[in-house]
Design a protein around this ligand. Structure first.
Ligand SMILES: Cc1cc2nc3c(=O)[nH]c(=O)nc-3n(C[C@H](O)[C@H](O)[C@H](O)COP(=O)(O)O)c2cc1C
Length: 221
């Protein structure tokens, strides 16, 4: 698969089959992704990969927790600023509309939206999940490094015929995740990533993107 195809065919897939993903493939992808760049080569990513019974149990515990309306764990980082100024607020609303209309959910149908959100903690049915942590003492440039690493993982997964969905939602139940992974003190859970084969029966709307001139400025000579 060429790089353009990997980039354009990657999307947040929210419906997976239960076909397993082999340890061999995951190791190949994560070994190659380790070549991602990072400032001064700090390699600030710490990944944990769960499959099989431990993942099944984590999903059950997380879904139960969320379904009972438990409070989220205390936040270790803010997912978004409280006030999303323009154009970010508009982009977020457009995304919400696209997502819920693909699911046939009305904007005011809070219960259906909640049910759709709960699928996050079932990894949308995926048989493998990666949890990515970063050291609490590191700063914004290192968080950017982790983002590059995660994108590299997602593109390599495409080359293996696999799909993924990155999920900050997992940070909301980070203590439940920690019970399974026992990460060392000092690590913050940035996100989870569901990994698997796409279920073609699950409908979706391809998310749009801002026109190039909204996000790129060329200064030509
Ligand atoms: C850091 C990060 C966290 C995300 N968290 C979630 C999440 O918790 N749940 C979810 O369904 N999608 C999540 N997404 C997927 C985004 O909604 C998605 O990437 C975005 O809408 C663009 O759509 P696309 O990836 O399909 O092109 C996340 C993406 C990123 C990069």
């Amino acid at each position: 698969m060429d790089v353009y195809e990997a980039v354009t065919s990657r999307r947040a897939v929210r419906g997976f089959t239960d076909e397993p993903v082999s340890r061999e493939v995951l190791e190949r992808v994560l070994s190659a992704a380790a070549w991602s760049p990072s400032g001064s080569n700090l390699q600030p990513w710490n990944s944990y990969v769960l499959t099989g019974a431990p993942l099944a149990e984590l999903k059950t515990r997380a879904v139960e927790r969320v379904s009972h309306g438990d409070h989220w764990d205390e936040r270790e980082y803010e997912m978004y600023p409280r006030e999303l100024k323009s154009p970010y607020g508009e982009r977020r609303s457009a995304f919400g509309k696209e997502r819920y209309s693909a699911l046939g959910i009305a904007r005011e149908d809070w219960e259906a939206r909640q049910r759709a959100a709960i699928a996050n903690w079932n990894c949308f049915g995926a048989p493998a999940a990666l949890f990515c942590y970063i050291d609490r003492d590191l700063g914004r440039p290192q968080w950017a490094d982790v983002g590059m690493y995660l994108q590299t993982v997602m593109l390599l997964l495409r080359d293996e015929g696999l799909h993924s969905c990155t999920q900050m939602a997992w940070s909301q139940v980070r203590e439940t995740v920690a019970e399974f992974l026992s990460p060392p003190d000092g690590l913050i859970l940035f996100c989870g990533m569901s990994i698997g084969h796409e279920d073609p029966k699950v409908s979706y709307t391809r998310t749009g993107r801002a026109p190039l001139n909204e996000t790129v400025t060329f200064v030509d000579g």
